[in-house]
Design a protein around this ligand. Structure first.
Ligand SMILES: [Zn+2]
Ligand SMILES: [Zn+2]
Length: 161
C-alpha cells in the first residue's frame, strides 16, 4: 500500500526539485499535532472498505486523509507522513477498524494536490491560481455511517453531521 503512494510521489520528482521524498504511514498524526518544521494538509476522496470478518464491501464518498510533511534541505530528503482514516463494518458486532482502499487514480490526485502544497510550503513557490488540480474519481451517493467512521469520532470528517 505504501508502495502505491511512494510511486505516485516519485512520478512528481521533477516538480519536487529532484529531491527524494518518502511516504510513511502514521496513525498518530492529527490536524493539531504538527511538529516544529512540519506542515500539514488534509484532503480526502472516495474509497472502498472490506470487512475482514464478513467480507462485506462498502464505499464512502469522502474518506479523510491527513498528511504531515517536512523537507530536510541539507540532505535533500523529504518525509511525508500519511494517515488514512478507517471505518468499521456496521453489520458485525466485533467489527475491526478497516483501512480504506483508494482507487489508484485517486491516489494520483491526492498526491498531485499534496505536491502543490509542498511546493508552496517547502520550496516557497508561488503557484497562484494556475494550480487547478485534477478531479477525483467518485461514483457513489449514499448515507454515511458516522458511528462507524474514525474521522467522525475525532470530529474532522467532512461527511459527518
Ligand atoms: Zn462485517
Ligand atoms: Zn465520517
Amino acid at each position: 500500500m505504501a508502495e502505491t503512494w511512494n510511486s505516485a510521489v516519485r512520478q512528481k520528482s521533477r516538480e519536487l526539485h529532484g529531491d527524494t521524498w518518502h511516504v510513511e504511514f502514521d496513525d498518530s498524526i492529527t490536524p493539531d499535532n504538527t511538529a516544529p518544521g512540519w506542515f500539514h494538509y488534509i484532503s480526502g476522496s472516495f474509497a472502498g472498505f472490506t470487512c475482514s470478518l464478513c467480507k462485506r464491501y462498502w464505499a464512502s464518498k469522502r474518506v479523510q486523509v491527513i498528511f504531515h510533511f517536512s523537507l530536510n534541505s541539507a540532505s535533500s530528503l523529504g518525509t511525508i507522513k500519511v494517515r488514512l482514516f478507517k471505518q468499521e463494518c456496521k453489520s458485525c458486532d466485533e467489527a475491526h477498524m478497516e483501512d480504506p482502499n483508494f482507487p489508484a487514480e485517486n491516489i494520483d490526485v491526492l498526491v498531485e494536490r499534496l505536491v502543490g502544497k509542498i511546493r508552496m510550503r517547502c520550496y516557497k513557490e508561488d503557484l497562484g491560481s494556475s494550480n487547478r488540480a485534477s478531479k477525483f474519481y467518485d461514483k457513489i451517493e449514499g448515507p454515511h455511517e458516522s458511528s462507524h467512521c474514525e474521522a467522525c469520532r475525532i470530529g474532522i470528517c467532512s461527511q459527518g453531521k
